[in-house]
Design a binder for this molecule. Sequence first.
Ligand SMILES: NC(=O)c1ccc[n+]([C@@H]2O[C@H](COP(=O)([O-])OP(=O)(O)OC[C@H]3O[C@@H](n4cnc5c(N)ncnc54)[C@H](O)[C@@H]3O)[C@@H](O)[C@H]2O)c1
Length: 248
Amino acid sequence: MASNKTVFISGGASGIGYLCGECYAKEGANVVLLDINEKALNECVEKIKEITDNVMGCVVDVLDYAQVERARDEAVARFGSIDILIVTAGGAETRLKNAYAPDFTEVDIEVVDFGLDLNLKGTLHVDHAVMRQMAKQGSGVVVNLGSITGEEGCPVNVAYSASKSALMNGVVKSLAMCGGKHGIRAVCVAPGPVLTRPGMANMKTLMGRAAETQEIVDMIMYVASDKGAFITGTTILMDGGRNVLRNK
Ligand SMILES: NC(=O)c1ccc[n+]([C@@H]2O[C@H](COP(=O)([O-])OP(=O)(O)OC[C@H]3O[C@@H](n4cnc5c(N)ncnc54)[C@H](O)[C@@H]3O)[C@@H](O)[C@H]2O)c1
């Protein structure tokens, strides 16, 4: 159980990030939600307040490191530590920018830059700011979100695929190597399609379905718990077997 632990969640106003916040609140944790979408963030904080008063929302653009640091400092001032970090802010650049294109050659370079910035740089900003605090504490767990797209590639969202590959390989290994001497574990959970949006149900898997958001959250909470104490420097691919499917 995560009772009295503090969980810091980027992208906490939607999907996997929000459900993590709700589930940790039910376990008695202190919950800090970061999101760029102020309206959705306020609504999510109000919903979690029905479970616990120990919740706070911070309007943060993860691309702005100073904003991330401010949120970290506010969380530590209120709750004393950050024990679990979950980085979910991210997504495919052409979807987020409403810039659909048949392939990479037709995606504007500004959209490509945005995809790299949000998914790779934004994640590293949050990891870096929070790991500084965890190193002072001598403990913590970092969970970044990868994606099946980081494993199989994508002809359109190349920046998303490249960023997720990095998180699933070089980043998780490097953070674990750095974190070891500070008592910090680093894990990447990489989902296949998840029903945070109805459209994800169309993506094929070996199981013939997409994941429920709760299934991904359960895995995140497992790896971040003491039951996952021997897991670090690795990626858990949770894709319903999509990676072994032929004829996708
Ligand atoms: N849903 C899926 O099918 C799926 C599959 C594989 C991987 N993933 C990954 O899991 C993570 C969560 O996915 P989801 O479907 O729950 O996402 P989501 O789109 O529901 O939520 C993402 C949240 O991040 C916030 N955000 C976006 N840009 C931000 C910024 N610059 N600063 C701060 N917050 C920002 C958004 O406002 C949103 O609330 C993502 O990293 C995604 O790539 C999702």
